[in-house]
Design a protein around this ligand. Structure first.
Ligand SMILES: Nc1ncnc2c1ncn2[C@@H]1O[C@H](COP(=O)(O)OP(=O)(O)OP(=O)(O)O)[C@@H](O)[C@H]1O
Length: 303
């Protein structure tokens, strides 16, 4: 198996002269959970529609294990399960009957229906009519659709949208299970950053159709600094020392520095050597939300 399951090369899509996905090159390693992040209207759904062949890029190409999507559509799509918008269910039919319909149309073994209902934890509700399902149950039924035929790749557009914390937790645990136990490669989009943070191994962030970050979650944390708040006996003198040393800081009432743990130790020592009593040096880890906002801010400054 190739190291990268999915690669896009500079894909672009415009609607009525407006570019909504711009030269986007994504690299999605095999077996990862790739959190695809971006604010509303960033181009996530459009990208995912291109990934599953629902729409074609105007430029660029999409490859699954080095095979071009357009040239091998039938073969490749068999191995991709997707959840882009909640499927149109037959509300008067049960969950089981809805899945059975698709199973028959797509000519899959009948055992697939119970298998996927078990995975998404709907087996107990399989004989309930879909119109009686909660939103969370409908979302999970949508995931069951994507799991029919046991694809290696799952492309899921905001599967936690509109769910309560319990529903979100269930989907998160399900995706972690599918990744770890069933070795699936999963692309999952969201604008709930903390959600993605708790399950993704890799991150792609887009803003206005442009890629602003891509890499492992680990790398993202390593390349970003933490915020340190310092409490001292003489804040005025500390501000003066920091200015003299050209060390940037922020905060009106408190002194906050965006620095690495090593730099924090050095600054602490330097302040003590200057006769300052340092009462407290508190580290607050940046959340993905902080990182995202600072990256989009940078992107805005550039554009
Ligand atoms: N079929 C279409 N025709 C015209 N414009 C479109 C079409 N599909 C998407 N757009 C526009 O493309 C932009 C990106 O939309 P897209 O749905 O891909 O973003 P998104 O990141 O998924 O946003 P959200 O989180 O709100 O779902 C939006 O400005 C949207 O209005």
């Amino acid at each position: 198996m190739s190291k990268n399951e999915i690669e896009t090369y500079q894909i672009t899509k415009s609607y009525r002269g407006e570019t909504v996905v711009n030269n986007l090159s994504l690299t999605i390693p095999s077996g990862c959970i790739y959190g695809f992040l971006g604010p509303n209207g960033a181009g996530k759904t459009t990208t995912m529609r291109m990934l599953v062949g629902l729409i074609k890029p105007d430029n660029g190409s999409i490859h699954y294990q080095e095979k071009e999507l357009n040239d091998n559509k039938k073969e490749l799509l068999k191995n991709i399960g997707c959840f882009i918008d909640i499927p149109n269910y037959y509300p008067h039919l049960t969950g089981y009957e809805n899945l059975k319909y698709i199973q028959e149309v797509t000519n899959q073994p009948v055992t697939e229906v119970n298998r996927v209902l078990e995975i998404v934890n709907l087996i107990h509700a399989k004989d309930k009519k879909v119109r009686e399902y909660s939103l969370g149950m409908r979302q999970r039924l949508g995931l069951a659709f994507s799991l029919l035929n046991n694809p290696d790749i799952l492309i899921l557009d905001e599967p936690t949208n509109g769910l309560d914390p319990e529903g979100i937790r269930e989907i998160r645990e399900l995706l972690i299970y599918l990744s770890k136990e069933e070795r699936k490669t999963i692309i999952v989009s969201s604008h709930i950053l903390s959600e993605i943070e708790s399950m993704a191994t890799h991150i792609g962030m887009i803003n206005k159709g442009n890629l602003i970050y891509q890499g492992s979650l680990q790398e993202l944390y390593e390349t970003t600094t933490d915020a340190y708040t310092i409490t001292v006996d003489n804040p005025e003198k500390v501000r003066q020392i920091l200015q003299e040393q050209s060390i940037p800081f922020r905060g009106n009432h408190q002194i906050v520095l965006d620095i690495s743990p090593n730099e924090a130790a050095q600054i602490n020592e330097m302040l003590v050597n200057n006769g300052i009593n340092v009462y407290e040096l508190t580290q607050s880890k940046k959340t993905l939300e902080d990182v995202f906002l600072s990256l989009t801010r940078k992107d805005r400054e550039i554009s």
